[in-house]
Design a protein around this ligand. Structure first.
Ligand SMILES: [Zn+2]
Length: 350
């Protein structure tokens, strides 16, 4: 039987929606970090801090200080920066993070200038019109050469675009297009905002039930995961165990799905800590949490990053199943709730 307190699911979905609607491409994630910081401020048992890199930390004093733990999820997302202002006034992009160009074709976007001005636009093929280019539209290879941003502004030249204040290095955020239907959450960037929302909901649920972690635990909301060095810094050196909470890879051949949380036992960085993984399985079973065990074929996590940075600690990885990751993603409330429960069970575990 599970003794975990009841989760406020409307809060979980509302906070997740607000987070998804707050753009945070890697390198420009401050608005989403600030929103999370503001939300966690409601729980005075947490000591909040920032790393010099801009990540958010929250330390929660547990029943015991010995054998401290950490839990991490990342708030930064895929995105792009302006690589070049083209002579036709449109923008060439340089990718932030690993995704295929075709997954953003046709998407709306917001370009933020150095001065903070925001201009809306669309990501389109350089030869987008079927009436002009015929079959070429379908046949062109999607690449940084063949996709461009068309700004919703009167510009036909590089000079006119520069006059808008837009230039090389400006951040480009892709529209998340958040929709909640029949228990599903459909949006870009559920990776990994779904898990940040799960952590915040776990903190809220335990706090309001008058509970606290068994061990002193540091939460790290990291802001450079998608480019490979999120949790390289920010976790206290005395932490003995790190739980990474990040999306589970759903697709053909995968054991994960949108209705379960998954334990990843191995990804591109190799196996996770066997004893910790077994303990996480036992916790899920004891608390009747719907879970799967899986291996992710093309996947790196902040746990691997921390290990590579020299951490001498156990690392485990759990998270909700997310379909079509790094594309137009989707998960289900059941997977999110399972993840919150799993995080709570871990925090309370002696
Ligand atoms: Zn992720």
């Amino acid at each position: 039987m599970s003794n975990l307190p009841e989760i406020d699911t409307p809060f979980l979905l509302d906070f997740l929606t607000r987070l998804l609607n707050t753009a945070s491409p890697t390198g420009n994630a401050e608005a989403a970090i600030a929103l999370t910081e503001e939300t966690l401020r409601a729980f005075p048992a947490l000591t909040l801090g920032r790393t010099r890199k801009g990540a958010l930390t929250a330390t929660w004093r547990g029943d015991q200080d010995e054998g401290p733990r950490a839990v991490t999820a990342h708030l930064d997302t895929l995105g792009a920066v302006v690589k070049e202002v083209k002579s036709n006034g449109r923008l060439k992009l340089s990718k932030i993070g690993g995704f295929a160009w075709n997954t953003i074709e046709g998407e709306g976007c917001t370009v933020t200038s150095r001065a903070g001005r925001q201009v809306r636009g669309s990501i389109l093929l350089t030869k987008a019109s079927s009436h002009v280019f015929g079959a070429e539209v379908g046949e062109m290879k999607r690449s940084d050469e063949t996709l461009e941003v068309r700004l919703d502004a009167r510009t036909m030249s590089a000079t006119e675009t520069r006059d808008l204040g837009i230039g090389v290095g400006d951040f480009v955020a892709f529209d998340p297009r958040v929709e909640l239907n029949a228990g599903f959450v459909r949006s870009r960037h559920l990776d990994d905002k779904a898990c940040v929302a799960a952590l915040v909901t776990a903190v809220k649920t335990l706090s309001e039930a008058g509970l606290k972690p068994a061990r002193t635990t540091t939460l790290l909301i990291s802001n450079y995961e998608e480019v490979g060095h999120g949790a390289a810094a920010g976790i206290p050196a005395d932490v003995e165990e790190l739980l990474v909470v990040d999306m589970a890879a759903v697709g053909e051949g995968q054991n994960s799905d949108e209705f379960h949380a998954s334990l990843c036992v191995k990804d591109s960085g190799g196996p996770y800590h066997h004893e910790m993984s077994n303990r996480l399985r036992a916790l899920a079973e004891k608390n009747e949490i719907p879970y799967r065990v899986d291996v992710y074929p093309y996947y790196h996590s902040d746990g691997e990053v921390w290990w590579n940075a020299g951490a001498n600690a156990a690392v485990g990885l759990i998270g909700p199943g997310v379909d079509a990751s790094h594309s137009y993603e989707r998960t289900h409330t059941e997977a999110l709730v399972a993840t919150v429960k799993w995080v709570m069970a871990y925090l309370l575990d002696k």
